[in-house]
Structure formats: C-alpha cells, structure tokens
Ligand binder design. Structure first.
Ligand code: SAM
Length: 222
C-alpha cells in the first residue's frame, strides 16, 4: 500500500465512530473504557477480542453471526483494520469496534474478567528462539489473557503454522490447561466450529493458495 493511501486511511479512521486510536500514554495512564466497555456498546453483551486482527475478517464475520455479542479487533496497523471498520459501518454493525494499540497492553484496555472470548488469527509464529517473547501464545501472553478473561473464557487460535500449533498444544499440556478442541487440518478433518470453516482471513487465503493445512485450537487459560 502506498504512503498516500495509508495516510488517507489514517485520516478516515479518525472520523470513524467505530475506531479508537489511543496513545500509549492514554492506555497505560488509566484507560477510560477499562472495565467500562458496556458504556461504549451501551449494553452488557459478552465481549470478544480478535488480537492482531489485520483487516478484521473475524471481528466483522463473527459480529454478523453473533449480533448479541460485541467484537473488538486490535492491531497496531490502522491502515489494515480500516477495511473492517468501513465494512462494519456500511453494514450497520453496532457490535464492532477496532482499537489501534499493542496486544501487549491488553490488560490495560480491559478490566479483570471483562472479556468472554479471544481469537488469535494467523499470528506471526516468531519461530526464532530470540523472538519467543513476541509469540502470542507464550506464557506472558497467556497471563495477560487470564487477567482479562472470565473464568470460563476461551481462547481460539487459528493458524497455518504447524510450529505455532504444536508449541501452543505443548505449552497448554505442560501447564495443565484445558484444550477444548484441536484440529491440525480443519478443511480435511471434520468437526471444527462453523465459523472456523466459513470465515477466511487475508493471510489465510495466501496460505490456502499454497495448499497449506490450516490448524485450530480452542482452549482455556484458567
Ligand atoms: C500475520 S498478520 C495476520 C493478520 C490477520 N489476522 C489475518 O489473518 O489476515 C499479524 C497481524 O498482527 C499485528 N500485530 C503483530 N504484533 C502485534 C502487536 N504486538 N500488537 C498489535 N498488533 C500486532 C500485525 O500488525 C498484523 O496485522
């Protein structure tokens, strides 16, 4: 994407009522919506996050399927989720919001047990040992997810990365955390939830074109 186009999207994001772009200081210095997201959505419906949402295919796709839940897509790249925000506005989806921030700050943005469900869609697997701290299912991230999730809350990981799939399963096993469902090739082996099969993301489509199997895990962190 050219820089002109990015700038245009940044400017448009500023005008979108379903986009929040706080500074880091605003987030760590006491984020006003923390613990009060019901005031933003004007209802008490369950809150579902998509972390590293890119263009926000899951945020928008799930929001259409589950109108009685609220969906929040988080990504540091606003020019990407501009797409999802625009679709949500055009299709009048009041249960969609995007926040431009770092996933590492998730526990500054949501109060304890404020979130019902988390989706992590095609994260960069960060395979190199030195990159472990950026891997989105490492123990530090799991701690942050535990902090914001309800006790029975679930995390959903959809990825093309066999490494990420195996790493996460191993870690969950070692920590004694419950794996509700796991499938190492969702389009070949039956049994995955409908939304896993029906919603496809931008990155996913690139992997599908290369014939890569897509994996899925639904797990608990409590
Ligand atoms: C590989 S892309 C996947 C995007 C999308 N989920 C999809 O499947 O098409 C990973 C996304 O995570 C975002 N991301 C990576 N690390 C992040 C972080 N620490 N905080 C916020 N966003 C992050 C990137 O900007 C990128 O959009």
């Amino acid at each position: 994407m050219g820089s002109k186009n990015k700038l245009k999207r940044f400017q448009e994001n500023e005008t979108f009522p379903n986009v929040i772009q706080p500074s880091r200081e605003e987030v760590v210095g006491g984020f006003p919506l923390k613990g009060k997201w019901d005031t933003h959505f004007k209802n008490n419906n369950p809150i579902v996050l998509e972390l590293g949402c890119g263009k926000g295919e899951y945020t928008v796709g799930l929001a259409k399927r589950f109108p009685n839940k609220n969906f929040i897509g988080i990504d540091i790249k606003g020019a990407r989720f501009w797409k999802g925000a625009k679709i949500a506005m055009e299709e009048n989806l009041p249960n969609v919001t995007f926040v431009r921030t770092q996933i590492e700050l998730v526990d500054y943005i949501f109060g304890e047990q404020e979130v019902s469900e988390i989706w992590i869609t095609f994260p960069d697997p960060q395979i190199k040992y030195k990159r472990t701290k950026h891997r989105m299912t490492n123990q530090e991230f799991l701690k942050r997810y535990r902090q914001v999730l309800k006790p029975d809350g679930t995390v959903n990981l959809k990825t093309d990365s066999e490494f990420m799939h195996g790493y996460t399963l191993g870690l969950l096993h070692g920590l004694g955390l419950e794996v509700i469902y796991a499938n190492h090739d969702v389009y070949t082996n039956e049994g995955s939830p409908q939304e896993v099969l029906e919603i496809q993301t931008f990155y996913e489509n690139q992997y599908l074109e290369k014939g890569k199997p897509i994996t899925f895990i639904r797990f608990k962190v409590n």
